[in-house]
Structures are given as structure tokens and as C-alpha cells.
Design a protein around this ligand. Structure first.
Ligand code: SAH
Ligand code: DHB
Ligand code: MG
Length: 224
């Protein structure tokens, strides 16, 4: 199936279902001007994140991988007053751009961007005794996904949702012999979800402006 068709349908979905959005357009423009790679979620995927956050009534959201704050802003918009997004970013320039975008989008009072490798900032959150997060969006360096999933489980509660981006990777996820650390990270996450009694999970393949990829979604449940 031609990629051009995926793009056209994605455009159709976006223009039909999503209102035009100057704040998010400005975020994309600033991120591009600042030289950030254009790898943020698509508009329709951003809205999916917002819907999932609203559906589970999320008040506290954790994001791993901020980039320019595009997905962060979608998630922040799902919050009720007093809600909070904590977003973790290793690259100081990305974090600076994200803070500026979040401020320009009027979300500064509900978003905290923390600079540093997530495998440093996640343990810090735990040490600080952070209250459980209601939703975790994992979208950073893919080889570390199994570690991020482990931290997500520690930092959530029954009822929380864990979402992992980029789990299909043009179908590369199929290759059990892959030498790509990102593919191995995804496959390990799938195995962890399958083996973890506290998680009910699935994965959704997606096509569109981001090519052929997908999300894993897992619900944290109580185990007797
Ligand atoms: N969630 C964003 C896209 C994130 S792109 C959106 O959809 O808008 C992945 C981001 O993860 C990049 O900004 C990259 O710098 C960051 N990243 C890579 N390794 C990281 C690490 N070890 N800790 C935290 N962030 C990391
Ligand atoms: C890349 C990273 C992402 O999180 C994404 O959604 C798409 C591409 C990348 O590193 O190329
Ligand atoms: Mg991604």
C-alpha cells in the first residue's frame, strides 16, 4: 500500500477531526527552527494520547523523552486543574526548547521538564517519593525500553496506563535475530508485558505520516 495514501488519509483525519491549533503549530515551527529532528508523534497520535489520558482520568502523567514538548502539550491538555506532567529529557537543548514551547502553549504551570538521562531521573523520582503516575508515555531511546517499563511499573498503581511508542518499526519487530538494540528492546518489552501478572497489554500497528509503526498499551492491574 502506498505511503502517499497513508499520508493523505492522515491529513484527512487531522483536518476533519482536529481543530486547527496555533499553539501546537508554533511548537512544531520552533522545534524545526531550533534544529530538533521531526520525530514527534503525529497530530492524530497526539490526540490519541490526550484521549487515553482523559479516559483514565489522569492527574499525574510521566513522559520519558520530551523532544520539543509536542506530545507533552497534548498530554498536559488532558489534565484537570492541578494536574501535572513530568517529562524527562537527556538533551539540554531539547529540554530548553520544550520548556519554551510549553510556556508559549500556556502549559508551564502544569509541566515540569527534567533534564538528564532518564535512568538517572527515574530513580530520583522514586527517591523523592513521587506519588504514583496515572499514565506513563515511554518515547525515548528504544534500547532502554525494558528498563523504562520496569520503572514505569514502580512508579504507577493499579489502574494506570503505560504506553510505549515505536514498537513496530516497519515490521522490524518480527525479527527475533535482529541485531538492532531498539528492536531487541521492544521484543523484550513485549515479553515482559506477557509475563507480568500486573499488566494487561496489547500493541496497535499504525500507518500515517510517521510511516508504519505502532504503540504498545498496557493497563496496570491489581494481582491478588
Ligand atoms: N515524545 C516526543 C518525541 C520524543 S523523541 C514527542 O512525541 O513529541 C525522543 C527523545 O528522547 C529525544 O528528545 C531524545 O533526546 C530523548 N532521549 C534519548 N535518550 C534519552 C535518555 N536516556 N533519557 C531521556 N531522554 C532521552
Ligand atoms: C525516532 C524516534 C521516535 O520516538 C519516533 O517516534 C520516530 C523516530 C527516531 O529516533 O528516529
Ligand atoms: Mg516516538
Amino acid at each position: 500500500m502506498p505511503r502517499a495514501l497513508w499520508d493523505s488519509v492522515d491529513d484527512y483525519i487531522t483536518t476533519t477531526l482536529l481543530p486547527s491549533d496555533p499553539a501546537l503549530a508554533a511548537t512544531l515551527a520552533t522545534s524545526a527552527t531550533e534544529g530538533l529532528p521531526p520525530i514527534q508523534v503525529s497530530p492524530a497520535q497526539g490526540r490519541l494520547l490526550e484521549l487515553l489520558a482523559r479516559s483514565c482520568g489522569a492527574r499525574r502523567i510521566l513522559e520519558v523523552g520530551t523532544l520539543g514538548g509536542y506530545s507533552t502539550i497534548w498530554l498536559a491538555r488532558a489534565l484537570p486543574d492541578g494536574g501535572r506532567v513530568v517529562s524527562l529529557e537527556v538533551d539540554p537543548h531539547h529540554a530548553d526548547v520544550a520548556r519554551r514551547n510549553v510556556t508559549d502553549a500556556g502549559m508551564a504551570d502544569r509541566v515540569a521538564v527534567r533534564t538528564g538521562p532518564a535512568l538517572v531521573t527515574l530513580p530520583l523520582l522514586a527517591e523523592e517519593g513521587a506519588r504514583p503516575f496515572d499514565l506513563v508515555f515511554i518515547d525515548a531511546d528504544k534500547p532502554a525500553n525494558p528498563d523504562y517499563l520496569t520503572w514505569a511499573l514502580r512508579l504507577t498503581r493499579p489502574g494506570s496506563l503505560i504506553i510505549i511508542d515505536n514498537v513496530i518499526r516497519d515490521g522490524a519487530v518480527l525479527d527475533a535475530e535482529s541485531e538492532d538494540a531498539g528492536v531487541l528492546g521492544v521484543r523484550r518489552c513485549f515479553d515482559m508485558v506477557a509475563a507480568e501478572p500486573r499488566l494487561i497489554g496489547t500493541a496497535i500497528q499504525t500507518v500515517g505520516s510517521k510511516g508504519y509503526d505502532g504503540f504498545a498499551i498496557a493497563l496496570v492491574v491489581d494481582v491478588a
